[in-house]
Design a binder for this molecule. Structure first.
Ligand code: ATP
Ligand code: LTN
Length: 329
């Protein structure tokens, strides 16, 4: 039996956060043995906001270095840059023509980003999900490991695939979102009611993967909690503490009950330091490897060129099939 196919990606905008790591990359690691995995850097999606060209180039390489440093083996996984497989842009355009304005205007991410970037509400921001659908459908992916915030984009991808299959016959595999419970939505440390985001304005809200140990400790110490001084999982009434518990659970694989017991009778001070240390310990080897990789641009180039070549083999087959079906010579 052939292996199931996984595809996922991260935009090349901004510095990666603990949310990206726990919500996305960390889940991918467990999949590399069992599945055929494609992980890309979504640099075309990054164009939906304004970037400095040099920064975008650098971020693209930094994300690739993070993937490898975190433990994605480039021999076992296909790691590539979205723009280097031109089939993504082509199928993206085709799928635009099968996507309705109505469904795109319901997308939460579009609404959020239009508010945040009200001076640049471009068409790409609006049709973003059709390009993401192309990313996924080109590889006939069965599963797409993402954080909770991307679930809606997966739904539209499924709708598009079903719509296309209905008109033209079986063309695309209908993919499923794979969202891990413990790390589906890591919240901000200062505002635990909204997700930890690369583009946050308050830097204390976010742990960046590049943060030094002292900075990580400081940010956790400052994390917003409540006045009860009791470590208990209750996202509704204790969002701050519950978020810290979620982070700790995702890193240590402990259950909420185990964590509650571990800190029974202890205050938030101890708890925050333990959570911070678990994060620091987890990130340390990744940070070391990351620096080493960034200093070896030639190696990174070798990986992404090989990745694009492999990805293209699969993507071009799907695109040819689609073109034949819709009448594009
Ligand atoms: P931005 O905040 O600028 O929109 P982002 O941090 O959400 O960016 P993306 O590239 O959009 O970054 O996300 C990459 C992956 O990381 C996705 O699978 C997304 O669901 C996941 N992810 C991002 N933030 C979190 C979070 N706080 N908790 C869990 N998963 C997250
Ligand atoms: N939109 C995603 C990034 C992304 C993606 C994908 C994720 C682009 N293409 C394909 C999974 C599959 C985000 O996390 N913001």
């Amino acid at each position: 039996m052939s292996k199931k196919i996984i595809l996922s990606g991260i935009q090349a905008t901004g510095r990666l956060t603990l949310g990206n790591y726990l919500g996305a990359i960390d889940n991918w690691l467990t999949m590399q043995e069992e599945y055929e995995c494609y992980y890309m850097i979504a640099n075309l999606h990054s164009l939906t906001v304004r970037n400095d060209p040099e920064v975008l180039k650098n971020n693209t390489l930094k994300i690739l270095a993070t993937y490898i440093a975190a433990g994605l083996n480039p021999e076992k996984n296909t790691l590539f840059i979205q723009s280097q497989v031109s089939e993504h842009a082509e199928l993206g355009w085709i799928l635009d023509c099968y996507t309705y304005m109505g469904e795109l205007s319901r997308m939460t991410q579009f609404k959020d980003k239009s508010q945040k970037h009200s001076d640049n509400i471009n068409a790409g921001l609006f049709t973003y999900p059709a390009l993401m659908a192309a990313d996924i459908l080109l590889y006939q992916a069965d599963l797409v490991p993402v954080g909770e915030d991307q679930r809606q984009h997966l739904e539209i991808t499924r709708d598009l695939a079903e719509r296309f299959n209905k008109i033209y016959g079986e063309t695309f595999v209908i993919p499923e979102a794979y969202v891990r419970k413990e790390s589906a939505r890591i919240m901000g440390l200062q505002d635990p009611t909204s997700k930890m985001s690369k583009s946050a304005t308050n830097l204390n809200d976010v742990i960046f993967l590049e943060d030094e140990p002292e900075v990580i400790l400081k940010k956790f110490k400052k994390a917003v909690t409540d006045s009860e001084n009791k470590v208990k999982f209750d996202p509704e009434n204790k969002p701050g503490v519950s978020n810290l518990m979620q982070i700790y659970a995702a890193i240590t694989n402990k259950t909420m009950e185990q964590i509650e017991q571990e800190f029974d009778g202890k205050g938030y001070g101890d708890f925050k330091i333990t959570v911070a240390n678990s994060v620091i310990e987890k990130l340390k080897p990744i940070q070391d490897k990351y620096q080493e990789l960034l200093n070896n641009k030639e190696y990174l180039e070798k990986i992404y060129l090989k990745g694009a070549q492999e990805a293209k083999k699969i993507a071009s087959k799907t695109l040819r099939d689609v073109k034949d079906k819709i009448g594009i010579l």
